[in-house]
Ligand binder design. Sequence first.
Ligand code: IMO
Ligand code: MG
Length: 396
Amino acid sequence: MKLDVVLGLQWGDEGKGKIVDVLAGNYPVVARFQGGPNAGHSLHFDGKSFVLRSVPSGIFRDDAMNIVGNGVVLDPITFKGECENIAEKTGIPVTKRIVIAKKAHLILPTHRLLDAANEAAMGKGKIGSTLKGIGPTYTDKISRHGLRVGDILAADFADRYARLQNRHITLLNQMGFECDPHAEDEAFMEAVNYLKQFELVDCEYYVNETLKTKGMLAEGAQGSMLDIDYGSYPFVTSSTTSCSGACVGLGVSPQKIGHVYGIFKAYCTRVGSGPFPTELFDETGEELRRIGHEFGAVTGRPRRCGWLDLVALKYAVMISGVTDLIMMKSDCLDTFADIQPVYTEFKGWKSDLTHCRTEEELPQEFRDYIAFMENFLEVPIKIISVGPDREATIMR
Ligand code: IMO
Ligand code: MG
């Protein structure tokens, strides 16, 4: 069977959580393959809302297994809090529904402090990081100093932790960053013990064995324009957010990839710094933010808003070999009179999309807009979302 991949094609926050939740019903296994708690995947169903950070979005499906893959950076403290919250609110036996890759790297509390120190040192040139320790943890991974999930089983784990922490303390001192590097030592060790309740796996074997009999969905975090190689460097995150990240992050061959679902919003948003060609600085931008509730799920920061950038989208489609497009938040443009994605002006549809459940119910102006995009991108838009709920989804 194939590994299907779902990816954000913009700067993150495209609505990956909702779509993975909608698609997860078709897959017995859902895996995260990169990123960490910088992600905030929002899910709404049965009148309940959850924001997932490191837990794959298959967690709410009774029959799905979930994998935290090799390419992920895992913060034991946030992960424990997230899992306990889900278990408490839903009764889902999370420790039985998630397996964790032994080779996934651990985010230490001092990685988070380093993230803050780096950002403080950059002043105006800062990335606008979520300060979850993502950059420093991947830095340690690449420079071969990192600690991995499998290391927590070693008898001398406490010593290894102290050694890496000491490296970080030296760096923090050099940067003159005032903090208490030991403040979370106890919470960290407690959370590490909590991790031992999960099955820790060789992700590459687990995934390839599973694919012999079952289909699997890989859930991307962040978006293509935040990719470490192909995004708007240096204003990017520190992982491979494009499709090939799923191969590296889970240990599967590119030949195993099936559908590549690319998710985009009907407009664009960006949190943090960096270029954003179609950004709106006027009242229209304000209105998009208000209607789309564009505030960060992780940091609460107001998101920068602008029109859809089809040139950037086409680039992302190319990098990841997207086979199916999914358009989110179509309903957020219901009230706009004119829509101007870069150069082309479109007639607004001025009617409410949220009640539409079939293609035929969609207004003509909206269908014209879709046809233009499909023509430009040369990939079909297979799913259109017209509201946050599972039900508000049109399959074409
Ligand atoms: P989801 O999965 C939107 C942005 C940050 C910052 C840059 C680097 O919810 O779409 P980092 O903490 O990774 O070092 O920050 O990337 N960023 C995101 N923006 N959604 C996300 O995740 C993001 N994860 C990181 O705002 O500009
Ligand atoms: Mg987010």
